[in-house]
Design a protein around this ligand. Structure first.
Ligand SMILES: NC(=O)c1ccc[n+]([C@@H]2O[C@H](COP(=O)([O-])OP(=O)(O)OC[C@H]3O[C@@H](n4cnc5c(N)ncnc54)[C@H](OP(=O)(O)O)[C@@H]3O)[C@@H](O)[C@H]2O)c1
Length: 265
């Protein structure tokens, strides 16, 4: 049966890296395989797809805005249309598309904050729901959360809350899907060198501070998912931070980061 791999936010950063590594893993497959790459920028997505060269996987690009129920419904429509052409399974779903906004909440644009919730939470939830009927035993879901999921953060309030949602939802989903043999892994990275800071700061901070190599973060996450791990935390510093956050009061964490971790916005 045909196998489909879906990666959202695949035009840059970690999404593009996921696409590269998953492609490499499967490029000599004998199973009919399609990789669906989703993001908004059509040209960027197509240019990137041309770098994935090989005969055995069909790479398809879909350029649209994933935000909210409309974005998730769009994915559902793609799946429904595909099902009319024959049977298939979704082998791997990587919900990676997401963004953040730096700055104290009262100084940020409420429309942008709502957009973030629509992408990071609403779309991710809907896509999981719409894809699940097409998954079977041995399938994997990777939801990209963040180290920010472990504690409320000042100057990053909505973003940290959205990623807390992703982590909580992913853990519950993993528990519910255990008997079905479908694994769910929440990727919880700290700083990774991508376009993230540029977007979050409206261009005021070009690079993610102390960003780690996305290739290593993604490779570790794919291994973790294959081993049915529920959380992927690559760097030792991230593991320690996640562990210690259990002992820090939520308000204390938020107040401390508000006072001492200013972010350009
Ligand atoms: N980098 C970090 O330090 C870090 C740390 C923890 C977690 N994360 C998480 O990692 C994930 C990937 O981010 P990244 O760091 O790789 O940043 P990135 O380089 O900015 O990539 C974000 C991707 O999401 C896509 N995207 C954004 N808005 C979209 C929308 N409305 N509809 C469809 N696609 C959309 C972007 O493509 P288009 O602009 O073409 O749509 C792009 O492909 C995010 O969920 C982020 O929260 C990042």
């Amino acid at each position: 049966m045909k196998r489909i791999i879906i990666i959202t936010g695949a035009s840059s950063g970690m999404g593009a890296e996921f696409a590269r590594q998953v492609y490499t893993q499967h490029k000599n497959t004998t199973t009919q395989t399609e990789m669906w790459l989703i993001a908004r920028e059509d040209d960027k997505l197509r240019d990137f797809a041309t770098t994935l060269t090989g005969k055995n996987i069909l790479v398809r690009t879909f350029a649209f805005d994933l935000r909210g129920s409309v974005g998730a419904e769009h994915v559902n429509n793609l799946l429904n249309t595909e099902s009319k052409n024959g049977k298939f399974v979704v082998d791997l779903l990587i919900n990676n598309a997401g963004f953040g906004t730096y700055g104290p909440f009262a100084e940020t644009d409420p429309a942008r904050e709502m957009s973030m919730v629509e992408l990071n939470c609403t779309a991710l939830t809907g896509i999981c729901g719409f894809v699940l009927p097409y998954m079977q035993r041995g399938g994997h879901i990777i939801n990209v959360a963040s180290l920010a999921a472990f504690l409320p953060l000042g100057n990053f309030a909505v973003y940290a809350a959205t990623k807390s949602y992703v982590l909580s939802f992913s853990m519950a989903l993993a528990a519910e899907l255990k008997e079905r043999g479908i694994s769910v892994c929440a990727l919880c990275p700290g700083s990774v060198s991508t376009n993230f800071a540029n977007v979050a700061s409206n261009g005021k901070r070009r690079e993610v501070l102390h960003g780690r190599d996305p290739r290593k973060v993604v490779a570790h996450c794919l291994r973790a998912s294959q081993r049915n791990k529920k959380i992927a935390l690559w760097a030792t510093k991230w593991k320690v931070t996640a562990f210690l956050s259990r002992f820090v009061g939520r308000y204390i964490g938020a107040r401390f980061t508000y006072l001492f971790n200013k972010r350009p916005h």
